[in-house]
Structures are given as structure tokens and as C-alpha cells.
Design a protein. Sequence first.
Length: 295
Amino acid sequence: MPKAAAEFLERIEERLKGREPQARIVFPEGEDPRVREAAAKLEARGLVEPVLVGRKIADEERVERYAALFQERRRGRVSAREAREAARRPLYHAALMVAAGDAEGFVGGAANSTAETVRAALQSIGPAPGVGTVSSFFAMAVPDRRVGCGGLLIAADCAVVIAPSAEQVADIALMAAASTKLAFECEAQVALLPGRDAAATERAAERVRTRAPELELLTGERAFEARANALVFPDLNAANIGYKLVEWLGGGAAFGPMLQGLRRPANDLSRAASAQDIYTVALITALQAYGGAPA
């Protein structure tokens, strides 16, 4: 793990110590040994209050309450029976717990796919008011401290929007800027990495400049400057190739993917996530809960 990653983790722990009340973070895969190990560490260090959801949901009163909420969120697209079935599924039960205010954040995906995890979050929690694009980011740490914010940077969108339009790229860029400030406590310098359609990248840049004229935006050749700390990719394939190359060939570490733009925090995990990965994503989820999930 790069030194910047270890220091990043230590800073988050310091920011969460002594916070009262502790953020309740719910884990829908509560029977997974990695999740249980991460939850035990979180609880022992007094950083968050972990809530583990198992495969059997026994609280019928809560199931009925969550089913009603789910049916309301889905606006007639599911029947009462389908809503109850969803509320009994751990992924949806956990996401609905956050939607209902019974927990402050959700961390899933250790045993479920990204598509399943994100769908549960979108359908149960939904976008924050005024947000048109829910997207994702990885928090990256690299050995070279001259890169980004002392070796730290955001990579977006790596999990949700497959082929974003210019307007969606602008949304992702603005949310990535907010995520950079929240996670790293430094001013965002956002790089719009060019794709095949240079005109679309420029349209996205113009939208960002109109909506956030104060934001430092790097485009064209400047997008590859080392000081950029929020990298916005032109599409999902490029984002996945980019962050994995940084991880595998550049000796970097990646945490996430975290979601941005939701009404309340909910984050995804790789199915290969270690207990340490789960621990770290839970801490970032707690930061989002205290600071407001970037929107």
C-alpha cells in the first residue's frame, strides 16, 4: 500500500474519532466473514456503529414499513407483494434502512454484483434533489506524492454510467470535485480526460464552467498534468482501464467504487474486497454521512 494510502486512512480515522452520535453503517452481507471482520474492527475502534443484515429478515413490522416505503419510491411500478419480497432481500432491506433514516449509510457488494448493489441503492434511496446523474468514483493513492493531492486522487465514473453524454460528464465532474474536497480536504483540480469525441468533451467543459466558474478545470493536454486530483474519464471502459493500470502497473491503491449523487450515502465493493477494503469504504461512507454525500 502506498504511504499516501496509509496516511489517507489515518486521517479519516482521526476525523471520525469522537464523533457523536456515531454513523450507523449497514452491511447487507452481514454473514460474510470479511464483512464481520471489518465490522468488528470498526466497532472496536469506535469509529462507526456497524449494522449487519443476514439472509433471513425476521422483523415483520420493519419489513412492512420498508415495503410501503419501497412501493412509494417505485411509484406504482411494483405491487404490494413485490415490495414485500424486495424488503425481505438483504440488499434492499439494507438500502431501505438508509432510506428510512434507520441507518446513515450502506456498504454492499462483497457478495453481490455492482449492478445489483447499485440498483438496490437507486431504487430504494434514489438521487439527491436536483441530481440528474448518479455516478461513482474510486479514491486512488499512488506512490508519487507529486501527483494529485499529495499522492491522492479521484477517478470517475468507474461503475455506473457506461457512455455518458456531455451533460452527464459535466455532472460527474462536479460531483467528483465535491468528492475530492470531502475525501481529501483539498481544493479540486478536475481533469476532463479526452475521448474520441473532442467536441463532446468541450461541450462538457463549457457546462462545467457555466455551472461552477470558480472550479479549476483542466482540459486538452493540461488534463494530463500531475496536479490534477479528480480524473473524469470519457466513458466506463476508459475509466476501468485507467484506474486498473494505475493500480496494477503504477503501484497504486484503489478504494471503492463509491457512489455520488444519492440522497443518502450508499457504496459498492469489489467482490474480491478484503476486510481492510470493506473497513476503508465504510469509513468513507461515514464521512459522506457526516458531510453530506456529494451531490
